[in-house]
Design a binder for this molecule. Structure first.
Ligand code: NAD
Length: 244
């Protein structure tokens, strides 16, 4: 008998790359739960896909505990939530450091901690961490973001090593520039010049689409991706091989 794909949790799933991941996992047959603080967008995506939406701030530990108790266990976790940075390091503050490390890195620790016990007990699990190609390359104006995203890659490798004996895999996906609300906000301020600068970072000379990231995440989240773990996989139009 073929077992249905297991329950999946996606953080920051109401918009952008996260919403594309929710759609891709639902299409692959997973029972999907996603959390986000944008309740209106979350409700719309839930109505569209049938996925379960939990409106919450991912930094709220009590809300995370309620989510795991009420909707878990999850044998697939996609740590997607994040926020970027557009300021030279000398113009940043310790508060900004704490905010960006919390949303990009600590949430990855916290949600992974919440799911691993069940995955180990089941002898199966798929964790996919959405990092960033910038976490490998660095950029001007993103030092804290990139420190967090490089941290996600190191965390991914250690979780992969510790959990291989349970058949739990853990991989990181590293997007290049992708047209999402995060990037649209920057384009609205800086316009066409920023878009062509971002595109020129890639060999394909364009921004990515959220679906192009989601398809790779959905494959890594599937039973078929059984011999891939501890990897940091660029989905960046060639940015990772030193384009530009
Ligand atoms: N867009 C890009 O070019 C790009 C490139 C590389 C990596 N990434 C990474 O991909 C991931 C998704 O990026 P995106 O561009 O889709 O982002 P986005 O800003 O478009 O969407 C992020 C989602 O997370 C939610 N969110 C943010 N803070 C939250 C909080 N505290 N609690 C609950 N929900 C919260 C937002 O409401 C939103 O729905 C992030 O980790 C980002 O760093 C994006």
């Amino acid at each position: 008998m073929v077992r249905p794909p297991p329950s999946a949790l996606v953080t920051g799933g109401a918009a952008g790359i996260g919403a594309a991941i929710v759609r891709a996992l639902v299409a692959a047959g997973h029972a999907v739960t996603f959390c986000d603080r944008d309740r209106a967008a979350g409700d719309r995506l839930s109505a569209e896909t049938g996925a379960t939406f939990v409106g919450m701030d991912v930094l709220d530990g009590a809300a995370r505990a309620r989510l795991f108790a009420e909707f878990g266990p999850f044998l697939v976790l996609v740590n997607n939530v994040g926020a970027d940075q557009h300021a030279f390091f000398t113009d940043t503050s310790e508060d900004e450091w704490r905010r960006l490390i919390a949303i990009n890195l600590e949430t990855t620790f916290a949600f992974t901690h919440g799911v691993l016990g069940a995955m180990q007990a089941a002898g199966y699990g798929r964790i996919v961490n959405v990092s960033s190609e910038a976490g490998r390359q660095g950029s001007k104006g993103g030092a804290i973001y990139e420190a967090a995203m490089a941290g996600v890659i190191g965390f991914t490798r250690s979780i992969a090593r510790e959990n291989a004996r349970y058949s739990v895999t853990c991989n990181a996906v590293l997007p290049g520039p992708v047209r999402t609300p995060m990037v649209e906000a920057a384009l609205a301020v800086h316009g066409d010049r920023l878009e062509s600068n971002m595109a020129s970072l890639t060999l394909l000379n364009r921004l990515g689409r959220p679906e192009e990231i989601a398809d790779v995440v959905a494959f890594l989240a599937s039973a078929k991706a059984s011999f891939i773990t501890g990897e940091a996989i660029g989905v960046s139009g060639g940015m990772g091989c030193g384009a530009g």
